[in-house]
Design a protein around this ligand. Structure first.
Ligand SMILES: N[C@@H](CCC(=O)N[C@@H](CS)C(=O)NCC(=O)O)C(=O)O
Length: 246
């Protein structure tokens, strides 16, 4: 028995399909995301985590923190990070802070998704671990001070760069970059032939410093220069930069 003529039946089927697709779209886009990053886009530590999430092709929600209102120093933010710093991270019931630890968790949990940022091989894992520590303890102290003095102080209207601090930290960073230059003459990336978290962790400060006088320290070292060009052009990193333009 035919209830509707053929063309009406087709029309009704298409309409039903459209309703179902729209409902699925609305559900997916409005569904609360399991991963939440509490932070701000100008923050280097927040950017470090976002770069990893994009490399891993994971969905997340960026929850803005009103730093001017010192929201990060008050409850309820302090329950996410008792040190009152951004970013803070939530994956359902798991709450983490410290950008590098967050990144290790993400890359471990989602080892097979998106870009491989760590290695299953013990020796390779250890080498990546060494260069992650180098970034945190050798590179970042000088790079962060220079980022603050030369790139962020002007943005926040906090006065002019302190020349002595800049000089001291340029000298420190130059020494670190000499070691990077020899390392990168041996392998394309810091921990070997593949991009890893060890490289990724450098991105936020390098990106800021490229717009300052410190760029010369990268440019003058050919292997460092090629590495910087390579890692700052990664699509995942470009997505982090694009977020800042919105
Ligand atoms: N080691 C921490 C550093 C976090 C950090 O210094 N966050 C900065 C923004 S990039 C911050 O919250 N600054 C405000 C403050 O320390 O009061 C990490 O990697 O997550």
């Amino acid at each position: 028995m035919q209830i509707l003529p053929n063309n009406q039946l087709l029309g009704a089927t298409v309409a039903l399909a459209l309703v179902a697709i729209s409902a699925a779209y609305i559900y997916c886009t409005s569904k609360p995301k399991a991963i939440k990053v509490h932070g701000v886009l100008l923050s280097t530590a927040t950017q470090r985590v976002l770069a990893t999430l994009y490399e891993k092709e994971l969905e997340f929600e960026l929850v803005p923190v009103d730093m001017e209102a010192r929201e990060h120093k008050k409850k309820p933010f302090l329950s996410l990070n008792p040190f009152g710093q951004i970013p803070a991270f939530e994956d359902r019931d798991l709450k983490l802070f410290e950008s590098r630890a967050i990144n290790k968790y993400i890359s471990h949990k989602h080892a097979d998704k998106g870009t491989r940022l760590e290695s299953g091989d013990m020796k390779q894992k250890a080498i990546i671990g060494v260069w992650m520590e180098v970034e945190a303890h050798q590179f970042d102290p000088a790079a962060s001070k220079l980022t603050w003095e030369l790139a962020l102080k002007p943005v926040f209207g906090k006065g002019t760069p302190d020349k002595a601090v800049v000089e001291e930290n340029e000298a420190k960073l130059a020494k670190v970059l000499d070691i990077y230059e020899s390392r990168l003459a041996q392998s394309k990336y810091l921990a070997g032939e593949s991009f890893s978290l060890a490289d990724l962790h450098h991105l936020p400060t390098i990106q800021y410093l490229l717009a300052t006088q410190v760029k010369k320290l990268f440019d003058s070292r050919p292997h460092v220069n090629a590495w910087v060009a390579d890692i700052t052009a990664r699509p995942a990193w470009c997505k982090v930069l694009a977020l800042q333009k919105h």
